[in-house]
Ligand binder design. Structure first.
Ligand SMILES: *Cc1c(COP(=O)(O)O)cnc(C)c1O
Length: 436
């Protein structure tokens, strides 16, 4: 064990920390995917991060493609963000009263997203989606929500569902503790399947309150909307008086400054933002049409609140982050780096004779171990999982930190250099060869 402790991914201190954690935290982690269970390894405990790199508590360095699962688009510990947070901390970390920084952040969000006339700040993407669901139900006076299989909207009860028996039928709970009655108020349909969505509207005529969707799915790996799919959903929702909710918690400020709605030219009724919007601190948002948003308390009858909502430290990180990202050159650079990485990975896989399908939009991508197109969750599940597991381990050993799950995206940041990308591609070639 001792001589291996300096090798990336083989971590003596991490193993000890994991043992200690296991005794006091369920599963040793505060969010399940961090436990590395899918790849059957010991999680790497992190000590620090800067730019494109993270360091574990054993001193190993990694090029990071998790980026805290999306927020760190500027790279870790960006000087402008660090100094803004330091200055804000000295002024007190929470007041439970309004601040000017919150107004500035709300204005930034509204001007970046023309579909957002008003916005409320919350602390997590889960809260944003939960609030959007409640608003959709309150606004339409209807109960049933539609969700796409493989999309993730956080862990609120109504979204923890899986398909019931029969096409476009009511769902069952996908987590213990979610009442069957509530799960049955959500209908799940396959992503990219407009036919079944239309059928769901017919079967539950006059009862659909809203449709929640990740406009680019990024929680089953990256899956792109087929041409016309989002437009057709927009049209269906308008015809059926259902609220269209774009969950842009990953795609917001990521695939474009104005999110997937800018990229594809669609106006949802409500938008959920999170991850990047908080600049790496806990902050998220739900926003949209004024007539819907004004239903929130204290103006309207829909209750929603938060002790730490619009927290001064989070807002202090968010404002300079979004200010930097406002420069279109950021998205050009992200596109270039990510395209180079995707092309390099595809090339390395071809040379190593490993079939892969790489789905990418801007700086998010997934390398699926399959020779077929990946357009929905069934396609994702058909991929070669043992190969992913071996690939992940081989990459970690070479100092490349990927998401420890085949159902996730790689996140490229502005801090990733050409050298980082080249190193990653050559490590991937070695890894592909090894898993053949
Ligand atoms: C991460 C995520 C959420 C949940 O956000 P949390 O801040 O983890 O609660 C919701 N929707 C999408 C699309 C996400 O990627």
């Amino acid at each position: 064990m001792g001589e291996q402790s300096k090798q990336p991914g083989c971590c003596k201190r991490s193993e000890l920390a994991y043992e200690r954690a296991f005794r006091v935290i369920p599963g040793g982690v505060n969010s399940p995917v961090r436990a590395f269970r899918e790849v059957q390894l010991c999680p790497v405990f992190i000590r620090s991060a800067r730019g494109s790199r993270i360091w574990d508590i054993d001193g190993s360095e990694y090029i990071d493609y998790v980026g805290s699962w999306g927020p760190m688009i500027l790279g870790h510990a960006h000087p402008a963000v660090v100094s803004a947070v330091q200055q804000a901390a000295a002024l007190g970390t929470s007041y439970g009263a309004p601040t000017e920084g919150e107004v500035e952040l709300a204005q930034r969000i509204c001007s970046a997203y023309p579909s957002i006339q008003k916005v409320r700040l919350v602390s997590s993407g889960t809260e944003a989606a939960m609030t959007a669901a409640r608003l959709a139900r309150a606004y339409t006076g209807k109960d049933i929500l539609i969700k796409m299989i493989g999309c993730y909207h956080g862990h609120c009860d109504s979204m923890l569902v899986k398909a019931g028996s029969g096409v476009a039928e009511l769902s069952t709970a996908s987590s213990a503790g979610v009442p069957a009655d509530l799960a049955a108020k959500t209908v799940t349909v396959a992503y990219n399947d407009i036919h079944t969505l239309t059928l769901a509207f017919k079967k539950h005529q006059g009862q659909i309150a809203g449709v929640l969707i990740e406009p680019v799915a990024a929680n089953m790996g990256v899956v792109l909307p087929q041409p016309g799919y989002l437009q057709q959903i927009r049209q269906l929702c308008s015809e059926q008086n259902a609220v269209l909710v774009f969950d842009e918690v990953i795609t917001g400020f990521r695939v474009a400054f104005g999110g997937a709605q800018q990229l594809y030219g669609i106006q949802p009724d409500l938008t959920c933002l999170g991850k990047i919007v908080g600049g790496g601190l806990p902050c998220a948002a739900v926003g949209g049409r004024q007539d819907i948003m004004d239903m929130l308390a204290p103006l309207g009858p829909v209750y929603q609140a938060g002790t730490l909502s619009g927290n001064p430290l989070a807002v202090a990180a968010a404002n300079p982050s979004l200010n930097l990202l406002q420069d279109p050159a950021c998205y050009q650079k992200l596109e270039q780096s990510a395209a180079a990485l995707a092309e390099g990975l595809a090339d390395a896989a071809r040379k190593a004779a490993i079939p892969v399908t790489i789905n990418r939009v801007g700086s998010i991508m997934t390398c699926f171990f399959t020779d077929r197109p990946v357009q929905n969750f069934d396609d994702v599940k058909a991929c070669n999982m043992p190969r992913f597991k071996a690939f992940f381990a081989a990459m970690l050993q070479q100092g490349i930190y990927l998401a420890p799950s085949a159902f996730e995206a790689m996140f490229v940041s502005l801090a990733h250099t050409t050298e980082d990308i080249e190193k990653t591609v050559s490590a991937a070639y070695n890894a592909f060869r090894k898993i053949l």
